[in-house]
Design a protein around this ligand. Structure first.
Ligand SMILES: Cc1cc2nc3c(=O)[nH]c(=O)nc-3n(C[C@H](O)[C@H](O)[C@H](O)COP(=O)(O)OP(=O)(O)OC[C@H]3O[C@@H](n4cnc5c(N)ncnc54)[C@H](O)[C@@H]3O)c2cc1C
Length: 290
């Protein structure tokens, strides 16, 4: 299907981009990899009069590992994250999750900032950002601000971005050594959006009891989010197969799910419980490098 008509701008600075966007009062949209926006336009679900291409603004596509965590520029493409070997130690959960996103061709164009701004409830990255306590840096024509990922995603395909604002980077807090983690999702075909998924990590004390338990789910309803009932159940306990099964059962009854054309609510509840159980077993049995 052909796209509706639009003007195109390719600014060379962030200031130019945010000024252009704010002048058009919400009728202009930034475009990064185009992997979500162009299909929306083709289906006439979006018809911006101006596309502001962020691709030629330098400095927005870097991955930096600093003392306070991993900083990922908003224009960083999935394939860059996937190929960055430093991340297997600096943030293995991020490195793993990206491999599950879409198909190679889409990972070659799609960006992390575009995924967060698009805020698809079935997408991996918004859920991962919430699970890991990531922070999102946003630039506007006049001011910049930083928002916690949990406050950034406000609804299905809805975020706290104001017209004229652009995501510039995402910070994933420093990954602790010896941290246990797992990522599990299920889709009908590899590369399709998942029917449900789980990202989790936890630390262990000297007795092997879990602390700092973060369990995030996606594909379940309007927004991704952490499952506090399952987190509380796991906290302070030693994670083994029996505990994982019990945590999965708690998740099944605690998770709020919606039915859609892809799967019914009961199926999704069962799926999330099973994925949490599997993820906990995987995290607990993973060999940790000393
Ligand atoms: C066949 C197919 C399968 C897919 N499967 C998956 C999947 O399994 N999991 C998944 O997560 N995604 C999937 N996607 C979607 C895609 O991977 C991401 O949504 C995409 O990578 C978003 O990034 P983008 O750079 O292409 O964003 P764009 O399409 O360029 O933009 C998306 C939205 O974000 C806005 N935007 C872009 N960059 C910024 C920025 N820096 N600041 C503010 N707003 C911005 C745009 O205005 C637009 O509203 C799939 C897409 C296709 C076509």
């Amino acid at each position: 299907m052909k796209l509706p008509p639009f003007e195109y701008a390719s600014p060379r600075t962030l200031q130019e981009a945010t000024t252009l966007l704010s002048k058009h009062n919400g009728d202009a949209r930034p475009i990064a990899g185009g992997q979500s926006l162009l299909p929306l336009m083709a289906f006439r679900l979006a018809a911006p009069s101006l596309l502001v291409d962020l691709a030629n603004i330098p400095g927005l596509d870097r991955i930096e590992i600093r003392d306070d965590g991993v900083h990922v520029g908003a224009l960083t493409r999935w394939c860059q994250i996937e190929a960055d070997r430093r991340l297997t130690a600096a943030h293995p959960l991020l490195s793993e999750a990206v491999k599950h996103i879409a198909h190679y061709q889409i990972r070659n164009r799609g960006t992390i900032g575009g995924s967060l701004a698009h805020a698809d409830p079935a997408a991996e990255m918004p859920a991962l950002a919430i699970t890991c306590g990531a922070e999102i840096t946003i630039a506007g024509a006049k001011v910049s601000r930083v928002l916690a990922a949990k406050d950034f995603i406000t609804g299905p395909l809805e975020t706290a971005l104001e017209p004229g604002e652009v995501i510039t980077s995402i910070r994933f807090p420093k990954w602790r050594s010896h941290r246990r983690w797992a990522f599990q999702e299920f889709s009908k075909r590899r590369g399709d959006f998942a029917l449900g998924g789980v990202a989790l990590h936890f630390d262990e004390d000297a007795q092997g009891h879990a602390s700092e338990v973060h369990i995030g789910v996606f594909g379940t309803g309007d927004t991704p989010g952490r499952l506090s009932a399952a987190e509380e159940f796991v906290r302070g306990k030693k994670v083994d197969a029996g505990l994982a099964q019990a945590a999965g059962n708690i998740a099944r009854s605690a998770v709020r799910v919606a039915s859609d054309m892809h799967a019914g609510a009961a199926y999704r509840q069962a799926l999330i419980g099973t994925l949490i159980e599997r993820a906990l077993v995987e995290a607990a049995s993973r060999a940790i490098e000393e």
